[in-house]
Design a protein around this ligand. Sequence first.
Ligand code: ADP
Ligand code: MG
Ligand code: MG
Length: 254
Amino acid sequence: RKLLEIRGLRATVSGIEILKGIDLTVRSGEIHAIMGTNGSGKSTLAKVLAGHNAYTVTAGSVVFEGNDLLGLEPEERARAGVFLAFQYPIEIPGVSNSHFLRLAYNTVQAQRGKDELDPLEFEDFVREKMKLLDMNPDFLDRGVNEGFSGGEKKRNEILQMALLEPRLAILDETDSGLDIDALRIVTTGVNKLATRDNAIILVTHYQRMLNYIVPDYVHVMQGGRIIKTGGKELALDLETRGYDWVGAERRSAI
Ligand code: ADP
Ligand code: MG
Ligand code: MG
C-alpha cells in the first residue's frame, strides 16, 4: 500500500532552489535510505516533508495516505503520522523529558480519538518502551535533551518515535556522532519499530548504519535530485567507490 508519493518536488530556501525535482514513492513496510554527499539536499528534503517554515515549495506534490501533505501545518503532519527526528535535537532546559514526552504522546492520542494517559499511566507505558531501547529510566526526570550526550539524544529521538508510532518516520543522520554501542542500540530500536504498516526513510551520509538496518531501496541524491536508485547493495558500492562515479555514470547516460 502506498504511503507517500512525491512528484516533481521543487523547493527553495532564502530564494535559492535546493530541491530540483524529487520523485519518490514509499509503500508501507518499506525502509528507504537516502544517501549523498554533504549539501546534496537530503536534510532539505526531510525538512520540507516535515513542513519546516524556512522552506518554500515551488512545484510538485506530496501525497501522504491519500492526502495533500503540503497543505498541512507541521503539527498536523505530525498528527497525521509523519515523524521527523531532527539532525540536531533541541534542548528544553527545565521541562522534564517525561512531561514533554507525555504532552507529545497525548496530543497525538487525542487527535486519533484515543484515551490520553495520566502521569502514572504514562510512566508505566514509557518505561516499557525504554526497556526496548535499553534506556536508563533516569532520562525521564532530566530536562529535554539537557546535557544529553550525542548518543543519548539519538536514543531519545527513537524513544519519541516508539511512543508516537508514526506511519512514516524520517530519521536524518541518526547515526552521526554515535559510537558503535550507541549505534547498535539505536538501530536495534529502529528495527523493532519497523512494521508492515509503517515505513522508514533513513537519511545518511555513511553506509555503516545500513549494516544494522537493511533498506529495501537506496537512493542517491546530488544537486537536489535523486540521481540513482538501487537495492541495499548500492550502499555497499558507495562505501567502496565513493559518490563520484554515480554522477559520472549519469552524465555519460545523458
Ligand atoms: P545535506 O543534508 O544533503 O547535507 P542540505 O539539505 O542540508 O544538504 O543542504 C543542501 C544545500 O542547501 C546546501 O548547499 C546548503 O548550503 C543549502 N542550504 C540549506 N539550508 C539553507 C539555508 N537556510 N539558507 C541557505 N542555504 C541553505
Ligand atoms: Mg549535511
Ligand atoms: Mg543533512
